[in-house]
Each structure stands twice: as C-alpha cells, then as structure tokens.
Design a protein around this ligand. Structure first.
Ligand SMILES: [Zn+2]
Length: 62
C-alpha cells in the first residue's frame, strides 16, 4: 500500500489537532502533517460512529 504523503512537504507522518475555525459553530479535528502543519483532512470533533452505536444499544436495535 502506498504511504500517505503530505502534498506540501513530502512528509509521511500526520497528527490530529483540535481546531475552531473562525465563524464555525462547531469544533473540528484537523488531520495535519506533523512536520509542516499542512492540513490534509478534517473530521468531526465528536465521533459520530461511537455516538450512533450508543444510541443503537439504548434503542435495542443492534
Ligand atoms: Zn508537510
């Protein structure tokens, strides 16, 4: 499998950073290059999959 690469500097390692972009109503998680900080992806601050599983269990519809 190809190694994920930062398109800005060519680095191969990444980190997740909490971010509050201006005018955004929600916190986000940026996936960024651990070397230059170039943002390569954005995730919801809350893990929606985990939240849905909790709701699913409470509703008993597993
Ligand atoms: Zn980079």
């Amino acid at each position: 499998m190809a190694a994920s690469t930062c398109t800005k500097c060519g680095n191969h390692t990444f980190e997740v950073k909490e971010a509050e972009p201006r005018d955004s109503a929600y916190k986000l998680l940026f996936v960024q290059c651990s070397s230059c900080g170039g943002v390569v992806g954005v995730m919801d601050f809350f893990n929606l999959g985990a939240m849905l599983q909790k709701i699913q269990k409470k509703l008993g519809i597993s």
